[in-house]
Design a protein around this ligand. Sequence first.
Ligand code: PLP
Length: 402
Amino acid sequence: MTDHDRTWRIETLAVHAGQEPDELTGAVAPPIYQTSTYRQDAVGVPRDGWEYARTQNPTRSRLERAVAALEGGSHGLAFASGSATTAVIAELAAPGDEVIVSDDVYGGTFRLFERVLRAKGVDARYVDLTGDPAGALGAALTERTRLVWVETPSNPWLKLIDLAAVAGALRDHRGSGGERPVLVADNTFASPLGQRPLALGADIAYHSATKYLAGHSDTVNGVLATSREDLHERLAFLQNAIGAVPGPFDCFLVLRGLRTLALRVERHTANALAVARALAARPDVAVVRYPGLAEGPHAHPQAALAARQMALPGGMVSFLPAARAGRSPEERARRFCEATRVFTLAESLGGVESLCEVPAAMTHGSVAGSALEVPASLVRLSVGIEHADDLVADVAQALDRA
Ligand code: PLP
């Protein structure tokens, strides 16, 4: 059954792709196939290819089709977490290969490259790709480069990377095995509503689906999309061979979240802009970072790229409080996060509820002491879908008390 039409807009795809009514009953909510195996019609003859649930599960297949459609790719693959997805993609690199990574990434991504892959002989190099990506890549690419891993907007600094420029700079390069390096874009912060990396030249669009795709802070999940048959074949093999697959109920939760993704990201964006503007207006805030803040002293240095590359700048805001009343910025960052009432102090992001955290002490502990170290006074906000006025008031009262 065709579940969607490629001409549909992303809001329509979010509701319908992979979400066709159940063939058996017409149930409009996706059935959860909570099974580990399938009866075979004869020895070695699985019905319609359904053989074993690590390899294939109908609920997971729906999610994989949905993600492929939302990212404008031909194939999707789902995993037990974003980190499991990272680990599987990283298997594309063999000992002796190199990986170029943008220089501000989720702490767990850094940890995997540094503490798992380096020991296996895969070297990661961290490069600032914000200013002149072609020049920076020209200096960093070698005949051993297998992967280029970029996060845009990045976690936690919300740096942006021009994906089309990076893809262009890789086009004629021959890296490991004489092949063009594979460009992976971590699209977790933007969501496909914000930008679609495959259309900009990335080979793989990646998500911690734990975040905006699922959207309700109730599951851990990871997905990728690609239009390259060779990559899909290899990654599907690795998905089954490594076995870090999500359970069907978790796939159902992400599918349910996807149906409201478009509405949620619009609201996240509107609220984040309101919060960023409120922070920017305060004398006791030293730095605000929000890709949608285009004017004033706290305008994002890459606001023009955001306007060009992103349909919506999304719901993530970072800021550094200034010192005040004898309290250091670091102390104020901690006090702020402990004083909010609407924002919940917690790791993760992308759920309907607003969250706040101090990355240096929480999500990014693994980059401490490295070139990617994050200041102890940086606060990261995941702005939820509550009323903007309540969020702005909460930020104001918490800063007043910090
Ligand atoms: N990529 C980004 C940008 C993230 O923020 C995270 C988690 O916070 C991950 C990847 C890893 O995803 P997961 O926590 O689902 O393993």
